[in-house]
Every structure is written in C-alpha cells, then in structure tokens.
Design a protein around this ligand. Structure first.
Ligand SMILES: [Zn+2]
Length: 393
C-alpha cells in the first residue's frame, strides 16, 4: 500500500506542474502543451483536431466574444442561449480573424446600474452606509514572471486588521493616501514607503522625478482602467486546488491588464477574505461537506454562514484612493457591479468584461469535476453570467 509520502513523491516527480500553476514557469503564449495529459488527476478534455486547426480562431473567438462557441461546436448549429452577454454576438467566421487576437484587448459590454435593463442583475446588495477609511502605507515595484511589471500597494483600514492589496498595472495610477506628505518625514522615508514618481535607482535621493510628474490617477488614453475585485483564495492560488477557478482568474486578469494594447492600466483589488469571507478553516469544512454531496452554497448554509459573506466597501474605498471614478470591471457576477460602485455610486462601472474559463475557450486551463460543479452552482444559484451550454462536453 503506498504511503502518502510515496504518493507525494510520485506526484512531485511529474515533470510539469498543472497549467494553472502560478507563478508561470514559462512565457504566456498557449500551446498544445497547455493541455497537460500527463496529470492523471485532471480529466482534461482533449479535442485535438479542431483545437489545432482553429487554435487561433478559438483564441480570437474567446478574446472577442463572450458568447463564442467552443471550437468543437459546428458553426451551422445555433449557439446555446447565452446568459453571458446581454447582446448576442455571432461566432466569428473562420479565416476572417487575425492571429494576433490573443494580444488584443478584451471586449466589454456597456452596463448601467442606474436603469433596470442596464445589465447589472436584479439584486441590490446591502451596502455599508459609509465607505471604510483606507490608507496605502507602502507600495513597491514588482517585476513578474511573465515579464510584466506591477506596483503592489498595501492598505490598512478602519474595519479590520488585514493587509488588503491593490495590484496596479501602468505607471500613472497613483494612491492619494500614499502620496500625501506625512508630518516630519524625510525624502528617504518617502522613497522607502514607495511615495516616489518614476523609478528608483541606486543613489536616488528625492521622491519627485520631474520627468514623471503624477498625472492625477488616470492613464493617458482616457479609457477607464480594467478593474478586478479578487478575494484571496489560498487553496486555488497557492496549493493548486481544482475546486475553484480563482488561480486561473487571477492569472487571466493580470494577463489582460498587462497586454501591450491596454493603455489604460489595470487594478486588481486583492481582498483578504478567504472562502467568500468565512476563513480558511470553515472553507475546508465546507469542502468536506461538498465531498459528502452538498454544493458550495448548501455547504456554507449548513455551516451557518451566508452563501457569500464578502463585502466590497473596502474595494470601493481603495479604488477611490487610487483616483478612479469610472472603471471597466472584469467579472461574471452582475451583483458585484452595484457592490463595487458603493452606497452612493461613488464609482461607476462603465463596462463589464467577462472572465470565461480558459478551458471553455480551448485555451488550456484545466478541467475537473469539482470546478465544473462549482461553476454550475455559481451560475444556477448565484446569478453568474456564464453560459453552461458553452462548456465543452
Ligand atoms: Zn477559490
């Protein structure tokens, strides 16, 4: 009988980590290797012929149309009823798309939460009457394994003791609370806490670089930045869990924000609210209940937690601190739109950009019965705008 240790050794001898492993070990361009058949634990659906012939089309469909069909679906068949996009977008004609679409900006759907038909769902989340107070206490440049660069902003607040984060792509998005001058601080203090413009270099002594004067928060091209509100998921982001798609979504949000074509920058608000706000210990209990037959919503309710205990006031306050009033929100969850906009619509979501699982688009990612059950519950019980019909069989 194999001991757990020998099983682990066997696992770790596998030459390639699953494709959702983060940080990435190599460049981003997806290849057939993204479908990792060497991992017996992930029931990967391989459909080599159409995926190969149409790989660029599949990519372009995915990048340009949230309602697009998987590559294996015949084009003469009507698409499934889409919950994903208020406006139907026909699948693209093969051969008419340019192969570079993986590098193109994602297409957003305009939304307006002030009108009932604005594409923001029917639920009105209960919001705090006033926004929490937040302060960015330090910021640092982080070169990433994909080659992109971002600035990690660490926030404190008056609601909890957690260190919530803003991951900022682009050079012109600035934190007001970080840049504010603190009493008695020296130029070196400002450099150390990241309140500088331009770049640091050995020997630099002043925090203001005249060549990089702050431009007031917005990036150059006038379009609102891409914004993703992401809740910490230790299991999905760090220990390769296939029970949810959080790791993949975080990677994909960062990829979209760091595309060369995205001139408007991007912000991932990373909230430390593990397990929809119930904490890691309770989340692990919920997983055991799921293995006993409950879905993710039922499991939380059995543990006497609300199905979703997260709150987004911190995200609204952090976005305001980062100088943002209008955003393009990366989400499948229509209820997140009003939640992020704040109690008095302090922020306005102009567009919603869908996050389609990579494996649904024939672009790698991973398939597992657990994550498909999880996504099904998100769609059926939590109003997520994803199209189950688009899930490859
Ligand atoms: Zn997760």
């Amino acid at each position: 009988m194999p001991s757990p240790t020998s099983q682990w050794q066997q696992q770790s001898e596998t030459s390639q980590l699953p494709s959702f492993y983060s940080p990435k070990t190599e460049a981003q361009r997806p290849t057939e290797d993204d479908v990792d058949v060497s991992q017996p634990d992930f029931s990967v659906s391989v459909d080599p012929a159409p995926a190969k012939v149409n790989s660029d089309d599949a990519i372009s469909d995915a990048a340009s149309s949230v309602s697009s069909l998987p590559p294996s679906t015949p084009l003469n068949q009507p698409p499934p009823d889409s919950l994903l996009s208020p406006a139907f977008t026909p699948p693209s004609t093969p051969g008419t798309s340019t192969p570079s679409l993986l590098l193109q900006e994602p297409r957003g759907v305009p939304v307006d939460s002030s009108i009932p038909t604005g594409g923001c769902g029917n639920k009105h989340p209960r919001l705090l009457e006033t926004l929490p107070q937040v302060e960015c206490i330090v910021r640092a440049r982080i070169p990433t394994t994909t080659g992109a660069e971002m600035f990690l902003h660490l926030y404190t607040n008056n609601m909890d003791n957690k260190e919530h984060l803003a991951i900022v792509f682009g050079n012109n998005i600035r934190s007001k609370s970080l840049d504010a001058v603190r009493e008695g601080e020296t130029e070196m203090d400002r450099l150390i806490r990241g309140a500088y413009t331009g770049r640091l270099y050995p020997g630099r002594t002043t925090s203001v670089d005249p060549k990089h004067a702050a431009t007031g928060g917005q990036e150059a091209d006038g379009q609102p930045p891409l914004v993703r509100i992401h809740s910490e998921c230790y299991t999905g982001e760090t220990v390769w869990s296939a029970r949810c798609d959080c790791g993949e979504q975080l990677d994909e949000a960062a990829r979209l924000m760091s595309l060369p074509s995205n001139k408007s920058g991007g912000i991932i608000i990373y909230l430390r609210q593990e397990g929809r706000g119930i904490g890691l210990g309770e989340k692990l209990k919920a997983y055991n209940l799921q293995d006993l037959g409950s879905d993710t919503v039922e499991a939380n309710l059995l543990l006497r937690h609300p199905a979703d205990a997260r709150s987004y006031g911190l995200a609204t306050a952090m976005l305001l601190d980062l100088g943002q009033k209008d955003v393009r929100l990366l989400t499948n969850n229509p209820d997140k739109i009003r939640a992020v906009e704040g109690p008095n619509r302090e922020i306005v979501v102009r567009e919603r950009v869908a996050m389609v699982p990579l494996s649904w688009k024939g672009r790698g990612g991973f398939r597992a019965p657990e994550v498909e059950g999880y996504l099904k519950t998100k769609i059926e019980k939590m109003g997520h705008m994803l199209d189950m019909g688009a899930l490859p069989k």
